[in-house]
Design a protein around this ligand. Structure first.
Ligand code: MG
Length: 377
């Protein structure tokens, strides 16, 4: 098996390389945003045909680093799309943010199977991506743990018999906090997730519950469900990674110790389930499992996402882009934590999106939402 991996220096990217090492999966292409030092090390270990750095300012640096090899060096969005379209068994898209959208479409256009960890792709451009994938009769295989769980629960069943998806949420770093208490939390606290080890953007999204909001939209798009067929349940222990209820009343869930190596490996090797090296789940030693409704009064990004998906058109693109800009501002210490959800809700209210959903309008509306947020800083 030979894969192209976009976003190889991030959390999902490096764990994908762990899976590749364990199962002798060949790497045909690697791409990063700007971490050329990491990319050089990875390229020397996996010897891909081609590498790419998204940020063109690092192109010369990368080219110099790999001057003694035969590896082709590309850069920019064009380079990412070229990599995504290389002939291979699967493209793993682990890019963070909207930058992942065009490479996803390029991979589909080339007829490549995609394992998708880039949730912004489906949040912002889900309708377009799913339409293109359907035309090419390609399945998008989710890497996100919740969607992988749902994908696994659906396997071997008739999809039309699935009546409800139960999307579990860890509750994030500020579970149980009041609105008042949220006003004083720090960046360091926001960057701590109790169960999952992830990148900065998704950890902050997890603390605001926007992560679950984006995953809600992702589930609507990926599995063709109506928003009212998806229930978000806070499950602090992250043992049940999500579940599906079928028409006969059966609920099938996927369980395990939280470790992203499992959904990554499943995306790459399914239906095979070889040894993954992860910690085993012990039923007699695990904590009590708890389930609650999310606090949508305090964490308003989640209801905003539900609203966006019901608004249709490019409202989800506006929501996603406003969030990207707000989280970036928070990580740069420009705004307080509680401002993220306020800015996202304001943008959704005030940025009017285009009626048609095309790549052009998705970017137009995303840019308008980012501009709107930046004008409020
Ligand atoms: Mg997730």
């Amino acid at each position: 098996m030979e894969i192209v991996l976009l976003g190889s220096s991030g959390s999902i990217g490096s764990q994908t390389l762990d899976v590749a090492r364990r199962h002798k999966i060949l790497i045909k292409g690697l791409a990063v945003k700007s971490s050329v030092q990491t990319l050089e090390l990875q390229a020397r270990e996996f010897n891909p045909h081609c590498v790419c750095v998204y940020d063109e300012n690092y192109y010369t640096d990368l080219k110099t680093r790999l001057a003694d090899t035969k590896i082709e060096v590309l850069c920019g969005n064009e380079g990412m799309c070229k990599l995504a379209a290389m002939s291979c068994d699967m493209v793993v898209n682990a890019v963070v943010g909207m930058a992942g959208l065009e490479p996803t479409l390029a991979a589909i256009e080339a007829g490549n199977k995609i394992a998708l960890a880039n949730k912004e792709t489906l949040a912002a451009g889900g309708e377009l991506v799913m339409k293109c994938a359907k035309e090419k009769m390609l399945e998008i295989i989710p890497i996100d743990s919740e969607h992988s769980a749902i994908f696994q629960c659906l396997e071997g069943n008739n999809r039309k018999d699935a009546v409800k998806l139960i999307l579990t949420a860890s509750g994030g770093a500020f579970y149980g906090y009041s609105k008042e208490r949220l006003r004083t939390v720090t960046k360091q606290e926001a960057l701590h997730n109790p169960n999952w080890s992830m990148g900065a953007k998704v950890t902050v999204d997890s603390a605001t519950l926007m992560n679950k909001g984006l995953e809600f939209i992702e589930a609507v798009r990926l599995f063709g469900m109506k928003p009212e067929q998806i229930e978000v349940v806070v499950h602090r222990q992250s043992i049940i990674h999500s579940a599906v209820e079928f028409a006969d009343g059966s609920v099938i869930a996927q369980l395990g110790v939280p470790d992203m190596h499992v959904p990554i490996q499943y995306a790459l090797l399914h239906p095979a389930r070889p040894e993954s090296g992860v910690k085993r789940l012990s039923f007699t030693e695990m904590d009590t499992l708890t389930f609650e409704k999310p606090d949508e009064e305090t964490f308003t990004c989640l209801p905003a996402a539900k609203k966006a998906v019901n608004m249709g058109n490019n409202a989800c693109a506006v929501l996603n882009a406003a969030n990207e800009a707000a989280v970036e501002a928070f990580l740069e210490d420009k705004i307080e934590f509680f401002m993220i959800s306020e800015l996202v809700n304001d943008a959704l209210e005030n940025v009017k999106s285009n009626r048609s959903v095309t790549l052009k309008t998705i970017f137009e509306d995303s840019n308008a939402a980012m501009e709107y947020v930046r004008s409020k800083l």
